[in-house]
Design a protein around this ligand. Structure first.
Ligand code: ADP
Length: 767
């Protein structure tokens, strides 16, 4: 394409857009003084005028003028152009549609006609409000030719500013995307915004841009606004680079900028003092702020032991060098005006290098962050592995304690021993709860807690939760008031187990922290489309929470009012887990409390509706359900079922077989995967409960072999993983490994019976 264009330019230049030529029209001007005398003038010319003075110039237009030719004048004065008495153009401050004055030296192209050829063109300059002394060179020719002529003077800055602006926009876009995607902070965006502001200002200020767009009213004002505010993003950037150590200094500078913006804009809009007359203040304030930034950043860098942001400092050094060159060039320009105006070019180069180094710096920081994140992920994995092991180690003995204790409670008749066993039972329940809480909390911390969504019966859930708490409330002599909206839908979809946990946690706290009076549960809901917004509100007349403690009770391991609660057990994890669970369900939790009077916790959780049937009275609902199911799980009898239990811990085998013993099923226990493999070659089992962590061959390996073995009578038998490894994702892991389901230890009677009912449906039940 480029070759074709160049070829075209050479072969037929007259068709080329850029072939159009304009002339600099600077020589043939004659000024008519007030006394009528005439003097020749050459542009650019200095034209100091008082408020009431005018200056009249004339020129004789060339002999050939085509339609479509323009005379372009660049000036800071107001003016009127006439051709032999006919006014063809007027430029006056009053034509501005914006409040305030025009702030720029304007470039006005005046369209000429063929009939103007050889005629006398007169310009009368008046001072107006806006006073720039210079009338710059005029051009005559086609518009594109004038643009090309002017480009010789201004194109360098314009092109560089446009390139830099595009680079800044790209930087903002790319890093904003990375910021959002990786949830990282990229202060570089501020710097890019500052640089973009500078570029826009240079672009808006370019006569070339103005000639092409003709928008000197608006961008003139915007240009000044940019100058006043452009320090702001730089302050934000360097505040972040210096790690907010000199935040106050930066803040003061920011306040100064905002105040200036408000004051200067007010003065300009009300025409008290125009922006351009305030330029000297703008410049000095901006320079001061840049110097402050330089000193603060440099000092911070020097004081740092471990040097950070080396690249930014290199960028600053380059900018300083380029700015110095710019100052030298500007001084030289006033002494020996060059042909080409290169004002601003060096600062733009400086900004370009600063942006380049700042991008390098940001990329380096992101790289370091990535490494840190990887290290953190590795650490979290190590923590989660540790938790898996710890959960196994702690839950296994608790499992044994609870199981054996259950046997004692069932089989022992001696009342004093039953009493001890009940104490063991409640202590081990509490211990299990703490272990579970710590595990849950760590899971949430590692972002690994996932909701398990199922359809559930709201009435059943509320019945179970309130029955448990009711006993505790009765023990303490508290009144437990329950109000449940009967119009709530009966079947919902959500994480039932976690909703139970949320309500139980708050209800338990209410009972725990109330000595006398009441605990009240209020469950209502709003139905919209397919979703019910459940609102669960739990109030008590207990000790209440001090205002200053209200925030912290939701933080992990935080307990408040310790003096009073010395005797109350707790880990300070309950509410923090509750809050995070509620948030995971996209709900909200809030608390209102008055110290020594009581508290009200309110939870709102959206739940999908499965059945719109009204729940009615939740107690009746629950009883009806129990009747419908027919089977009392605890009294399940499956005498025909053949069950194989595989576990390397003898105590565990004993516990499970004792629990299963009640069902009268035929139970076989073995202690290793090898033994299981031998047995399934010979015998059929209705269900196999297989422990995961075993020496030599673990449960997953044993299952893999069993599934690929030719000789296997239990090919279609359900295999249930049985493990103390309770971390999140465990269930998915076991299902992926080929297991049909998963039972976490300590194995509970109810859960075990549920599994039996689900997986061996063809055997006969009796209860
Ligand atoms: P803990 O295991 O200590 O109960 P939580 O996270 O459940 O931990 O609660 C944090 C703290 O909030 C408690 O230590 C207690 O001081 C306070 N708190 C929670 N619920 C109530 C309540 N209903 N009344 C008074 N204080 C409460």
């Amino acid at each position: 394409m480029v070759i074709y264009t160049v070829y075209g330019i050479i072969v037929s230049p007259e068709l080329n857009l850029f072939y159009e030529k304009a002339e600099i029209y600077d020589e043939d001007w004659i000024r008519i003084s007030e006394d009528g005398s005439e003097t020749a003038y050459k542009m650019p010319m200095s034209l100091p005028l008082s408020a009431t003075e005018t200056a009249t110039f004339y020129t004789i237009l060339p002999d050939t003028v085509n339609d479509g030719m323009y005379l372009s004048i660049n000036t800071g004065k107001c003016f009127t152009i006439t051709i032999e008495g006919e006014e063809i153009c007027r430029f006056d401050n009053r034509i501005s549609k914006l409040p305030g004055n025009i702030t720029k030296t304007v470039t006005v192209p005046v369209r000429l006609k063929e009939t103007y050829a050889g005629k006398k063109l007169t310009i009368v300059f008046t001072n107006g409000i806006y006073d720039r002394r210079i009338v710059n060179a005029a051009y005559i020719g086609p518009l594109m030719g004038i643009v090309i002529q002017m480009s010789k003077n201004y194109a360098l800055q314009l092109v560089l500013a446009t390139v830099l602006a595009l680079a800044a926009i790209a930087t903002i876009g790319i890093f904003a995307y990375i910021e959002k995607r990786d949830n990282k902070n990229a202060p570089l965006i501020y710097l890019a915004e500052g640089i973009l502001a500078i570029c826009l200002w240079v672009i808006f200020d370019s006569p070339l841009y103005q000639l092409v767009t003709g928008t000197f009213f608006y961008d003139g004002v915007v240009g000044f606004m940019l100058v006043v505010t452009m320090g702001f993003p730089f302050l934000l950037y360097f505040d972040a680079i210096t790690e907010y150590k000199r935040h106050t200094i930066f803040r003061i500078c920011e306040v100064v900028i905002v105040a200036n913006f408000v004051i200067f804009t007010f003065l300009h809009m009300t025409r008290i003092v125009s922006y351009d007359k305030l330029l000297i203040y703008f410049d000095s304030i901006l320079t001061d702020i840049m110097v402050v930034i330089l000193i603060v950043t440099l000092r911070n860098y020097i004081c740092q032991k471990e040097k950070k942001h080396k690249y930014v400092m290199m960028g600053m050094l380059c900018l300083s060098v380029f700015s110095f060159i710019e100052i030298v060039v500007t001084i030289l320009y006033t002494i020996y005006p060059f042909k080409v105006d290169i004002g601003g070019l060096f600062v733009l180069f400086g900004m370009l290098t600063l942006l380049f180094f700042a991008i390098l710096d940001q990329v380096k920081i992101f790289d370091a962050l990535k490494n840190e994140t990887q290290a953190a992920i590795a650490a979290t994995k190590a923590k989660s592995d540790f938790l898996a092991n710890m959960s196994h180690e702690i839950r296994t003995p608790i499992n044994a304690i609870m199981g054996m204790n259950e046997m004692i409670l069932r089989e022992c008749e001696q009342e004093n021993i039953r009493e001890y066993a009940r104490d063991v039972s409640s202590a081990s329940e509490a211990l299990l709860e703490i272990v579970n809480d710590i595990l849950d909390f760590s899971k949430i911390e590692a972002g690994k807690l996932e909701l398990v969504l199922t359809d559930y019966d709201l009435g059943e859930l509320l019945y179970d939760v309130t029955t448990l708490v009711n006993m505790k409330a009765e023990d303490k002599g508290l009144k437990f008031i329950i109000h449940v909206d009967e119009k709530l839908p009966s079947i919902l979809h959500g994480d039932e187990k976690r909703i139970r946990e949320i309500i139980t946690n708050i209800l338990n706290n209410a009972v725990k922290y109330t000595e006398n009076g009441f605990v009240k549960l209020n469950v209502t809901g709003n139905v919209a489309d397919n979703t019910a917004m459940l609102t669960i509100s739990i109030s008590d007349s207990g000790q209440g929470i001090k205002k200053e403690d209200l925030e912290s009770i939701f933080e992990g391991f935080t307990q408040v009012n310790l003096k009073k609660n010395r005797t109350i057990e707790g880990t300070g994890l309950g509410l923090s887990i509750t809050k995070r669970l509620v948030e995971l369900m996209e709900g909200s939790i809030s608390v209102e409390s008055e110290y020594e009077k009581g508290s009200t916790f309110t939870v709102s959780i959206p739940q999908k509706i499965v059945s719109f049937d009204k729940m009615g009275n939740y107690i009746d609902h629950r009883h009806a359900l129990a009747k419908e199911n027919g089977i009392n799980l605890k009294e399940l009898k499956i005498p025909n079922a053949k069950i194989l239990v595989v576990d390397d811990t003898a105590l565990n085998l004993k516990v499970i077989s004792k629990i299963l013993g009640k069902t009268e099923a035929m139970i076989t226990c073995v202690a290793s995967g090898d033994e299981m493999l031998k047995l399934i070659k010979e015998n059929y089992y209705d269900i196999i409960l297989l422990d995961h962590m075993m020496p030599n061959m673990d449960g997953i390996e044993a299952l893999k072999i069993a599934k690929t073995m030719d000789e296997n009578k239990c090919r279609n038998t359900p295999y249930i993983a049985m493990t103390a490894n309770a971390i999140v994702g465990a269930k998915e892991m076991y299902l992926e490994a080929g297991f049909d389901d998963y039972l976490s230890k300590p194995v509970r009677m109810d859960e075990l019976c549920n599994i039996l009912i689900r997986y061996i449906p063809n055997i006969s039940y009796s209860s």
